[in-house]
Every structure is written in structure tokens, then in C-alpha cells.
Ligand binder design. Structure first.
Ligand SMILES: Nc1ncnc2c1ncn2[C@@H]1O[C@H](COP(=O)(O)OP(=O)(O)OP(=O)(O)O)[C@@H](O)[C@H]1O
Length: 311
């Protein structure tokens, strides 16, 4: 059996009489990126803090690298993890100096520190700004330095809590790209919490969806999407008798749906698509386009939350 890097087993945390996290269980295997997704106040930050030992659960356990976390081994385990906490950087120091200061705290020194700082600056495309003051940096650049700080000691496991919060869509997409490259280079296991869903398909191997402290779904992205939307989905754009077109499509495929001029259907067999097009044309209905639809993490997220609220 593959050893997991992180296992949460029935984690529960209460603040007063409010249960922020309820019996949460999931695991992440080495080298995978796990996205914990949920709306504001759903318990993401609390979960991340429980996993990295900054909070103690009321019940349940956290196991890191095969060792159950206890007050005795928490410090030793924390040496192997990186945590991006905030963007509280030294504004009057350069990017390089910020990273050097942090690296020294981890006991890295001399040439090793110089080369590690260079590597991290390179990882985030900041080599050209190495000697600029961090106080002059944009929010996206500050976020890169904050994450660079968390990986300076090459952790085996990295926790990122809302790394794209407050970034505009371009800066957020750029940061996701850098994160992707970074985890490939470092082979780090990543746990990332976010409510910004754009671009996550290319970053996350696994996701968990949390709402009101409870995990509603968790697993590999592909498996979750395939289970939710089996078969392939296509959207036809047509010009002609909508009801006749609908009958033609429904005779050959399932879940036919759509407003005037558009029909969405499912089929496992791609030959069915050309059969449908031929039948429509034969009936005098013009086919403007047939577009394959790929469900996204965002589709899955909203469907899961809607099911939960009965929407
Ligand atoms: N230290 C605390 N004391 C009291 N209540 C808390 C504390 N920390 C979190 N909570 C409550 O626990 C719940 C979960 O909060 P948490 O910050 O984990 O959610 P989140 O999903 O990270 O939210 P956001 O996306 O807004 O950061 C919320 O209702 C929050 O008010």
C-alpha cells in the first residue's frame, strides 16, 4: 500500500459551540496536489491549520509522512513542511535579502544559501528583480516571495492557504502556472485551499469540497468528473425545426437538452455524433457547429454545492 504524505482521520475542531470542521477524513499521496475547495467560512483555513499542527483537533488525528502528529513530534515533522502564511515581508529588504533571512532561519548558510535563493528566485521568474526592494513589489510578486519563503528549505509537503486571494485574474493565472512548474521541479506534495477555481484543472490531481465544515466529495479530479458526467457531452448549434432536431438527437443519444437553436447531448460513441449530423442534414436542418463540452472543476464544485443546498 502506498504510504500517504497527509492523512486526516475524522478531524473535528470546535470554536466555542461552533463546529468549524466536522469529522473530516481524506489523504494525499506523495507528489500529488490536493485542492481543498469551499466557500467563505467553510473551514478551509481551520483544516490547513490542523494539518500543519498550528491548531490541535478536538478529536481525530493527522498523520504526516506515516507518523501520527503529537505534541512531541510536531516540531520535527514541521521541519519537513512548508507553510505559506501571509505576505508579511520585510518591505525595506530586497527579494534576495528576504529569502536569505528566511533561509538562515532554517539553518541554511554559505554557498548553499546563495544557490538556493537563486533557485527560488528563478522558480518564480524574479531573478531580474532580485535586488529590488520588496516594498515596491506588486501583490502578485509579493505572493511569489511569500511562497518562495515557504519552499526555501525544499519541504516534502507544502501548504498554501488561498495563494491567489486578492490577485487579479491575470496575476492569479500566472501564479498558478509558476506553482505548477514548481511542484514538478521539486516533486513536492501540495495541499492548497482556495475558492478561486479558474485554472485548477492543470494544478490539482485531487480535490476535496468542503461546506460548513463537512467534506462533501473528495478524490482524483478525473474520477470525480467522469462519475458526475459519464460519457462525452456535445453541444450542437442548429438552424431549423428544433423539435424535429430534438427527436433525431434523442433517438440516438441521451440527456438531450437545450434552448432554441442549441442541443446538448451525451454519448460514449463518437460515431453517433456523425450519425446525428448526417440525420439532421438529411432532414433539412443546418448544423452550424458541434462542440465537445468538457466539464470542469468549477462545474463539479457548483453541482456538489447545489446538491447540498437542494438548489
Ligand atoms: N479562532 C477562531 N475563533 C472562532 N471562530 C473561528 C476561528 N477561526 C475560524 N472560526 C470560524 O470557523 C468557521 C470556519 O472558518 P475558516 O476560516 O476555517 O473558513 P475558510 O473556509 O477558511 O473561510 P475563508 O475562505 O473566508 O477564509 C467560520 O465560521 C469562522 O468564523
Amino acid at each position: 500500500m502506498t504510504q500517504t504524505t497527509v492523512t486526516a482521520d475524522h478531524l473535528t475542531k470546535r470554536f466555542g459551540d461552533h463546529e468549524a470542521v466536522s469529522a473530516l477524513s481524506f489523504s494525499v499521496t506523495p507528489g500529488r496536489a490536493f485542492g481543498l475547495l469551499g466557500p467563505n467560512g467553510s473551514g478551509k483555513t481551520t483544516t490547513i491549520r490542523l494539518l500543519n499542527g498550528l491548531l490541535t483537533p478536538d478529536s481525530g488525528t493527522v498523520t504526516l509522512f506515516g507518523e501520527q502528529m503529537t505534541p512531541r513530534n510536531a516540531d520535527a515533522l514541521r521541519q519537513r513542511i512548508g507553510v505559506q502564511t501571509d505576505t508579511n515581508l520585510y518591505d525595506t529588504l530586497s527579494a534576495r535579502e528576504n529569502l536569505r533571512t528566511w533561509g538562515a532561519l532554517y539553518g541554511i548558510d554559505g554557498r548553499s544559501l546563495d544557490s538556493r535563493v537563486d533557485e527560488v528566485l528563478h522558480t518564480f521568474g524574479l531573478t531580474g528583480r532580485a535586488d529590488s526592494l520588496v516594498g515596491e513589489f506588486s501583490k502578485g510578486m509579493r505572493q511569489k516571495i511569500a511562497i518562495g519563503r515557504a519552499i526555501i528549505h525544499k519541504p516534502d509537503l507544502l501548504f498554501l492557504d488561498e495563494p491567489t486571494a486578492g490577485l487579479d485574474p491575470e496575476a492569479a493565472a500566472e501564479l498558478i502556472d509558476y506553482l505548477k512548474q514548481m511542484i514538478q521541479t521539486l516533486n513536492t506534495t501540495l495541499v492548497i485551499s482556495t475558492h478561486q477555481l479558474a485554472g485548477l484543472e492543470s494544478l490539482c490531481d485531487d480535490i476535496g469540497i468542503i461546506a460548513q465544515g463537512r467534506l462533501l466529495a473528495a478524490g482524483p479530479v478525473n474520477a470525480l468528473l467522469d462519475r458526475a458526467w459519464p460519457g462525452n457531452r456535445y453541444t450542437l448549434s442548429i438552424d431549423g425545426d428544433h423539435n424535429a432536431a430534438r427527436r433525431i438527437v434523442a433517438a440516438r443519444a441521451t440527456a438531450v437538452d437545450g434552448a432554441d437553436g442549441e442541443l446538448t447531448f451525451h454519448t460514449d460513441d463518437e460515431h453517433t455524433v456523425s450519425e446525428i449530423v448526417a440525420a439532421l442534414v438529411h432532414e433539412g436542418i443546418a448544423v452550424r457547429s458541434v462542440i465537445p463540452q468538457h466539464p470542469t472543476i468549477e462545474d463539479f464544485y457548483f453541482t456538489t454545492l447545489d446538491k447540498e443546498t437542494g438548489a
